[in-house]
Design a protein around this ligand. Structure first.
Ligand code: 3HC
Length: 702
């Protein structure tokens, strides 16, 4: 028997134990082990019931995701789950941790389910662009009501044991050792001579108004999960459970699943599953480099950023000392933090007592000496080199030896900031995104002198506050904002050429961006980019049309939502409508600048924005600012609203084909301003060789 699965029998109860770290994924060896165990159990006279349980931190967390790219080796899922369901003795799944995907499907093929009180059950396949393909779409609605089953699968969110029991999925919730709990339950079944209770023999629950229900869910999906094929395919599969006999429903599910697995959507989402985890690995870093503990944090600056970062740590239970230069700013900052938490309380996502606990973890201060005991101090004041240097010099005096000093700068040279301290090796960039307590991404900036253990600590602290930390080297804008620069430049230029803000944003949103860039600027404040450009005026291209729309809005004080108008007009509820005055103003300006009125269409807008960004991404790779193409994809999907189902800009580039992008860039070089349309050497090399960013990345690993 494969060693990932073992079978033991004691007092007429068989225990099948899966032990395949880290998460007991249902890889080929686990499937083979289960097949062997349930084959061995056939015809046993000394067995009255069977328990399936797992060693380690969790029940089976699903299929082995990597196997979808290499092909599923025998034995297949259906064969193994069929053996479990066919078992002549009652089979009890004993679940701790998370039973996800294929793991959940094992529990559905079992006859009974016992859960640890902290266990959770979920079918998150849509997050991977696929559907439950091992009977989940057919068995779940036979155990819990149809609508609840659909919602569980559409949401991809696992449900807690108590909810699963309430819905009828779980037969018993236990505390203490889960295997013992499963055995005790199995003994009771054996004592009362209970027979197997096969899910496939049960009728779908709550299917009376199935036609209306499916119509409503399809309409919901069309609206909320645009551009995706797996959610509608999921509904088709579940409808099969209602309309077809079990075996045929299972076949229909397989046929649908087989089509989805190799499709771009699923490949993109698998790519991101691994990319999100790959970011933690820093090439060349010795394995014995340990993170420094972070148990107390200091934050300098009680504005929006500093407040948001304080909340991140308070949410993680870490005490925070929040410093500002003025009492008034501190009071305002603390009041904003409380208001944010109150909003969570009123939405029901936080309890009042948790609000109080979190507020108590944040201590306001005006005194730098109060930061003396912090393990990590993060400076989060506004972008001004002189001010940051002044603060770092002060911090250098008070912060204890061995503590880490981070800066939240989004544009400034961290090497220059670090140089004012006597310990540049303890300085690192920690670039949070606004609102810091909500946004997933944390860019970790590896300055020239940052020591390896400081880098590892930065990655660990990202995890501590449930963020995705991605390492970048120092350059203007790091990964995210540097690539955003050409993207937004093209978006704005299209306005001067006769496109409207709605057309530009519409093209980006139809592609799947969470928001159009012009609406983003209005939301963040049109002055933000303008002010940073003013600071770097001497470095900008000699081009009067460069970000001209932004400049014009700034000159008029039309700074976006906060001013009631920017690229759009806003009413008191911040609902936006087109602003004919702005449209006309920018077209006139285009004319004045001698720009041809070419009214770029949706496809051109998209190509210009995305291809210029991808080209910049290729430069970041060449320069070593980004470690991997997949890191760029993580930055964009976790911090910039790039649609996950397209895999991030570099994956998307590969899926379009680098040669096609390269050729289009050459076309733009001849029809648009050539200074912006030189293909990056890496892009050129890969395109002409018929290669891809993925292949380039894989080649560097070897
Ligand atoms: N397949 C392959 N590897 C997996 C995996 C899986 N299903 N789940 C986790 N891993 C790997 C991770 O890549 C990571 O590897 P690394 O250490 O080398 O980077 C390691 O296991 C630990 O994972 P995490 O870092 O994510 O650990 P956490 O403790 O933070 O989270 C978890 C654990 C909640 C189980 C999380 O890993 C998770 O959500 N996994 C994916 C679950 C999932 O999507 N399952 C459905 C798969 S599709 C399916 O089952 C199809 C079916 O219908 C046939």
């Amino acid at each position: 028997m494969a060693e990932a699965v073992s079978l033991s029998i004691s007092d007429n109860i068989a225990v099948v134990t899966i032990d395949s770290p880290p998460v007991n994924a249902m890889a080929q060896n686990v499937r083979a082990g289960l097949k062997q165990a349930f084959t061995d159990l056939k015809g046993r006279k000394d067995v009255k019931a069977v328990v399936i349980g797992c060693k380690g931190r969790t029940f089976v967390a699903g299929a082995d995701i990597g196997e979808f790219d290499t092909g599923i080796a025998a034995p297949g899922y259906h064969e193994v789950l069929g053996l479990i369901e066919d078992c002549a003795f009652p089979v009890v799944a004993a679940v701790h941790g998370t039973a996800l995907g294929g793991g959940m499907e094992i529990t559905l093929a079992s006859h009974y389910r016992v859960a640890h009180e902290a266990a959770r059950f979920g079918l998150p396949e849509l997050t991977l662009g696929i559907i439950p393909g091992a009977g989940g779409t057919q068995r779940l609605p036979r155990l819990i009501p149809l609508e609840a089953a659909i919602d569980l699968m559409l949401s991809s969110k696992p449900m807690p044991a108590a909810k699963a029991q309430e819905l009828g999925l779980v037969d018993a919730v236990v505390t203490g050792d889960i295997i013992e709990g499963g055995i005790a339950f199995a003994r009771e079944l054996a004592a009362r001579g209970a027979a197997p209770r096969r899910t496939r023999d049960q009728a779908v629950r709550g299917a009376e108004n199935a036609a209306e229900l499916f119509a409503a869910k399809r309409a919901q999906v069309a609206k909320t999960m645009r551009n995706r094929q797996s959610p509608l395919a999921l509904l088709d599969a579940v409808e099969g459970a209602v309309k077809l006999p079990f075996d045929e429903g299972l076949k229909a599910e397989s046929a649908i699943s087989d089509k989805l697995v190799p499709a771009t959507e699923a490949r993109a989402l698998r790519h991101l599953f691994f990319a999100d985890r790959e970011v933690r690995r820093i090439p060349g870093l010795a394995a014995n480099v340990k993170a420094r503990p972070v148990t107390r944090v200091g934050i300098v600056g009680a504005g929006t950023m500093g407040g948001g970062i304080s909340m991140c740590y308070a949410n993680a239970g870490v005490p925070v000392t929040l410093l500002d230069a003025k009492q008034e700013a501190l009071d305002r900052g603390m009041a904003t933090i409380r208001k944010n938490y109150e909003r969570s309380v009123s939405r029901g996502s936080l309890k009042q007592e948790q609000l109080e606990q979190r507020m108590q973890l944040i201590t306001p201060t005006l005194d730098y000496a109060a930061l003396g005991s912090a393990d990590l101090v993060i400076e989060a004041v506004f972008e001004n080199m002189a001010l940051k240097k002044e603060i770092f010099a002060k911090l250098d005096k008070v912060v204890r030896k061995g503590a880490i000093i981070g800066t939240n700068t989004s544009t400034l040279d961290i090497d220059e900031i670090a140089a004012v301290t006597g310990r540049p090796e303890d300085v690192v960039g920690l670039h949070f995104f606004s609102p810091a307590n909500v946004m997933q991404l944390l860019e970790i900036v590896h300055a020239k002198r940052t020591s390896p253990d400081v880098l590892v600590t930065a990655l660990e602290t990202a995890k501590q506050i449930k963020k995705t930390g991605v390492v970048a080297k120092v350059c203007y804008g790091f990964i995210g904002n540097r690539m955003m620069d050409p993207y937004a430049r093209e978006a704005e230029h299209c306005l001067l050429e006769g496109a409207t803000p709605e057309q530009v944003d519409g093209a980006l949103q139809n592609f799947g961006m969470a928001m159009g860039i012009l609406a983003v600027f209005d939301m963040a404040g049109v002055d933000i980019g303008y002010l940073t450009r003013l600071e770097r005026k001497h470095l900008l291209p000699d081009d009067p049309s460069f970000y001209r729309p932004d400049t014009m809005l700034n000159e008029r004080g039309w700074l976006g939502q906060k001013a009631g108008r920017g690229y759009y007009r806003y009413d008191s509820a911040r609902k936006r409508t087109p602003d004919p005055e702005v449209i006309e103003l920018l077209w006139e300006e285009g004319k004045r600048l001698g720009i041809e009125r070419r009214q770029p269409g949706e496809q051109e807008i998209l190509e210009r924005c995305l291809y210029s960004m991808i080209n910049e991404g290729a430069r970041l790779l060449e320069e070593g600012i980004a470690l991997r193409a997949s890191d760029i994809d993580v930055v964009y999907t976790s911090g910039y609203g790039f649609p996950r189902y397209r895999g991030g800009p570099m994956f998307y580039a590969d899926s379009v084909g680098l040669k096609k992008i390269y050729d289009r860039i050459l076309e733009f070089r001849s029809t648009l301003d050539p200074q912006y349309w030189t293909p990056a050497p890496l892009l050129e090399k890969l395109a002409l060789a018929g290669s891809s960013f993925a292949a380039w990345q894989a080649g560097r690993k070897n």
